[in-house]
Design a protein around this ligand. Structure first.
Ligand SMILES: Nc1ncnc2c1ncn2[C@@H]1O[C@H](COP(=O)(O)OP(=O)(O)OP(=O)(O)O)[C@@H](O)[C@H]1O
Length: 312
């Protein structure tokens, strides 16, 4: 495995357009060796386009990528980077072990095939034909193929799409166990839960740019936010103009409801500056926040500004 002290990935000023679609807009990303980084974002955010540029599968219109100090192609030729994509790359008529043996033959030096099969959790089905493997088993096989060159950097593009809950959990346990040995992992996902459970760091991408970059806990807090409720005399509604910035505010029947990423500031303002009473603070529903951050609908502009301000 590579132990270089240079960054595993250094991407600077990446831009990529497809006709009128500006898919990636000035993206900068540095990943240190040993980090497990989730690339999280809604459909069309630019995750796959960025990963393709990191892997050298497509050239940026502007900007540059280096992997362990080499060009993407140079790093691939040295066996320093490997990828697990969503589909493709498997021959149906050969066995699991034969698939990995074929892949190993492409490299000057490779890990022992059975060791790699065991690491991916598929040694017991080594003699099974690929066409008889379930979707989850086929993804583990792609994982095993990626491990054969013992790459310092592993890139996974939405590798668990279509897997059931148990399959996803098993797959990520295998990846995480492997990452603990020092491998750098970058994975693209739509799922906040996956990023939360398996990444040291989450890079949130929206419309081709990074809008937040932090630990899972930081992103989760931002995404979750808080709801503050308080009783407030109608005569004091004008005082709400001085409230710190919030995501939304409603007033109905003498009761105020505020959604905010900084509930402390809101409560402090209400208690110090108004006659608010019966104050309650509750965590927002994580799933609701997750949909707002990563769902198909456009994320409200105010939320993305909050994220940029707080984390990037
Ligand atoms: N080869 C292509 N030709 C034209 N447009 C493309 C091409 N590849 C990507 N795009 C467009 O670029 C934008 C970013 O796409 P990309 O696949 O990188 O997003 P993504 O974040 O990986 O999305 P998803 O989560 O849906 O896979 C989208 O608007 C997409 O339609």
């Amino acid at each position: 495995m590579t132990t270089a002290s240079v960054p595993a990935v250094h991407a600077a000023g990446l831009h990529k357009s497809f006709g009128k679609v500006h898919a990636v807009r000035g993206l900068d990303l540095t990943v240190q060796p040993g980090e497990v980084v989730a690339f999280l974002g809604p459909n069309g955010a630019g995750k796959t386009t960025t990963i393709d540029m990191i892997l050298g599968l497509s050239a940026p219109d502007q900007g540059s990528v280096s992997i362990f100090g080499h060009t993407p192609r140079g790093a691939i030729a040295r066996g320093q980077v490997a990828a697990v994509m969503q589909t493709g790359g498997l021959l149906r008529d050969i066995t699991v072990r034969e698939t990995v043996q074929l892949n190993a033959a492409m490299f000057d030096s490779s890990r022992p095939v059975d060791e790699v099969l065991a690491r991916a959790g598929i040694l017991e089905i080594a003699d099974r034909k690929v066409e008889k493997c379930s979707g989850g088993q086929q993804q583990r096989l792609r994982f095993a193929m990626a491990l054969v060159s013992d790459p310092g950097l592993l890139i996974l593009d939405e590798p668990t799409t279509g897997m059931d809950v148990a399959g996803r959990r098993d797959f990520w346990t295998a990846i995480r166990t492997d990452a603990q040995r020092g491998r750098t992992v970058i994975f693209a996902t739509h799922y906040l839960e996956e990023a939360d459970a398996y990444a040291d760091r989450i890079v949130l991408v929206r419309q081709g740019s990074i809008v937040a970059d932090g630990t899972a806990a930081q992103i989760k807090n931002l995404a979750s936010g808080r709801t503050v409720k308080a009783s407030l005399p109608a005569t004091e509604r004008g005082l709400l103009a001085g409230m710190p910035p919030v995501e939304s505010m409603e007033y109905d029947g003498g009761r105020l409801t505020v959604r905010t990423g900084d509930s402390d500031a809101v409560v402090r303002y209400l208690l110090n500056n108004t006659g608010a009473h019966d104050v309650e603070v509750a965590a927002n529903n994580l799933e609701e926040a997750f949909v707002a951050l990563t769902g198909d609908d456009a994320v409200p502009e105010s939320r993305s500004i909050t994220l940029e301000g707080d984390l990037v």
